[in-house]
Design a protein around this ligand. Sequence first.
Ligand code: SF4
Length: 432
Amino acid sequence: MMGLLDQGGYRVSSNPSEASLVVVNTCSFIQEAREESVRALVDLAEKDKQIIIAGCLAQHFQEDLLNSIPEAKAIIGTGDYHHILQVLQRIEKGEIVNKVSQIPTFVGDENLPRYRKRGEFVSYLKVAEGCDYNCAFCIIPRLRGKQRSRSIESIISEANQLAKKGVKELILISQITTNYGLDIYGKPCLDELLRALGNVDIPWIRVHYAYPTGLTSEVIQAFKDVHNILPYFDLPLQHSHPDVLKAMNRPWQLDLNTDLLERIRNQLPDSIFRTSLIVGFPGETEMHFNHLVSFIEKQEFDHIGVFTFSSEEGTKAANLPNQVPSSIAQARKDKIISIQQPIAEKKNQAWIGRTVDFLIERIDQDTGELVGRCSRFAPEVDGLVRIKYDLRSTKLIPGMMIPALITGSDLYDLTGKVITTKEMVFSARNNY
Ligand code: SF4
């Protein structure tokens, strides 16, 4: 939408106070996200901003939402964002616009313009939209429609355009990235896509949202073979106990998740693992929860996101018996966090002494540090690497990728130092 607005001659700002009209791209995945979206809308309405409500909340509540916020000039559905310019033109004529397709079918391609802010070196690239699965807790298929993948050619063409613009890290996203291609090629083709991306001049390509059964040996092999695909596995496993997984309508076969992690570790010992978990799913007993606790203690994930179950109207899980009281779900969430913290700290510590590629993302003038990441951390969800640096020097600037030695760690972040070529060779010899 930003790309289209920019191309259409509008001045785009990420600061709402500079804008006469604000487009809010909303989330409606769970109650908490809806509350956050509505808070943002009310806040803008109180500041007398004109508002366009886009995304999942608009898709979910449609005309009701439009009627509840008089400052809202339009709603745009999840499959309608490419109409942003026409919607804006209609608003300028005084119309109130409802642009929500009942069944979203659109997926963007390489011809949609992209807006990149100066100093941004990471780009998300949507490889498919929608989901054909039916996890019992999830409302996404209703809000985003059936899966529709882009062709490999379209994705590669956009990736090449982004490479030319200086992007250093590309993050492949969709609702279920391991199912990429199934709808258009008759079989999942993530392995082929990854191999094709090996020819794109972007040093880091990261895959988000891998469904456990989709990490076939072909896909893992592609992770291993293709030089710029990071061995970073974002696996939303949700739980470990087969009873709970079965009730969630997720792959539940005994030890499936354990086997998968073992297979990946055997092939790519240096892999980084992130997972997300749901606690307090209906029917989750102490026994099920203890199974999850043992699982995370044993598997030692690098990064975990844990959520309490949110009962979503229109999903199967909302009507399941044995709903878990929210106080118990919250206590379970707290317990998972307290178990994971020392694991995360230990995992971070293990990076001390390693030489890494460090992507400089910004310079912190207050602390005199270069701030960025190494491949261990995905943007926005994981930690950062901070490096003390003489800011009078102009040699190092954001967007550069340089070798750095990790010298310190805490619970979430790493610290390091820039190393010379000589030191780099020395460290390589010693690690060999
Ligand atoms: S695979 Fe992901 S998007 Fe699809 S239904 Fe399950 S949780 Fe929702």
